[in-house]
Design a protein around this ligand. Structure first.
Ligand code: NI
Length: 135
C-alpha cells in the first residue's frame, strides 16, 4: 500500500529580487518593491511516498527526516539572507527557483524515490509546488 506523508518545516529568511540580466529600470518594473530587502516566514512541506516498513509501520522515522532537512537545508537558510547563501548564490531567490534548488538539496540525501513533492509557501497567498523532473 503506497502512502504519502508530509512534514512541515518553518524558517525565516530575507531576500530581494534583482536580475543581473535586467537594467535597474527593468528590475524595478519587473519586481517592484521586491527589489528591496525584505523577509518572509516560509513554510516548507516535504512529502514522502512509499510503503511503510511492516516492522515499524513507518516510511522513514520523522526524526531521521528532520535531521536530513535540518542539516542540508534549514541550517543553511534559517535567519539568513537567501541572496548570500552559498547554495543559492547563482539563482534569483524567487519561489520558483528556490523550490527546485531545495528539491536538489533534499533529494540527493534521501533514499532514492522516496521524495514525492515539496511545497514552499512564502505568504498565505503565494506558494509553489515541485515534484522533480520526470524522465
Ligand atoms: Ni519576497
Amino acid at each position: 500500500v503506497v502512502v504519502y506523508i508530509t512534514r512541515r518545516i518553518r524558517f525565516a529568511a530575507s531576500h530581494y529580487l534583482k536580475s543581473p540580466n535586467l537594467t535597474e529600470e527593468e528590475n524595478n518594473a519587473c519586481y517592484g518593491v521586491c527589489t528591496n530587502v525584505h523577509g518572509h516566514n516560509y513554510n516548507l512541506f516535504v512529502t514522502l511516498k512509499g510503503k511503510a516498513d511492516p516492522k515499524t509501520g513507518l516510511l522513514l522515522h520523522l526524526t531521521e527526516l528532520d535531521d536530513i532537512i535540518e542539516t542540508n537545508l534549514t541550517s543553511k537558510v534559517d535567519h539568513q539572507s537567501l541572496n548570500d547563501v552559498e547554495e543559492l548564490k547563482d539563482i534569483i531567490p524567487s519561489l520558483e527557483n528556490l523550490i527546485v534548488r531545495f528539491w536538489d538539496l533534499l533529494n540527493s540525501k534521501l533514499p532514492a524515490g522516496l521524495l514525492d513533492e515539496i511545497k514552499l509557501e512564502e505568504t498565505e497567498n503565494n506558494s509553489v509546488i515541485y515534484r522533480g523532473e520526470t524522465a
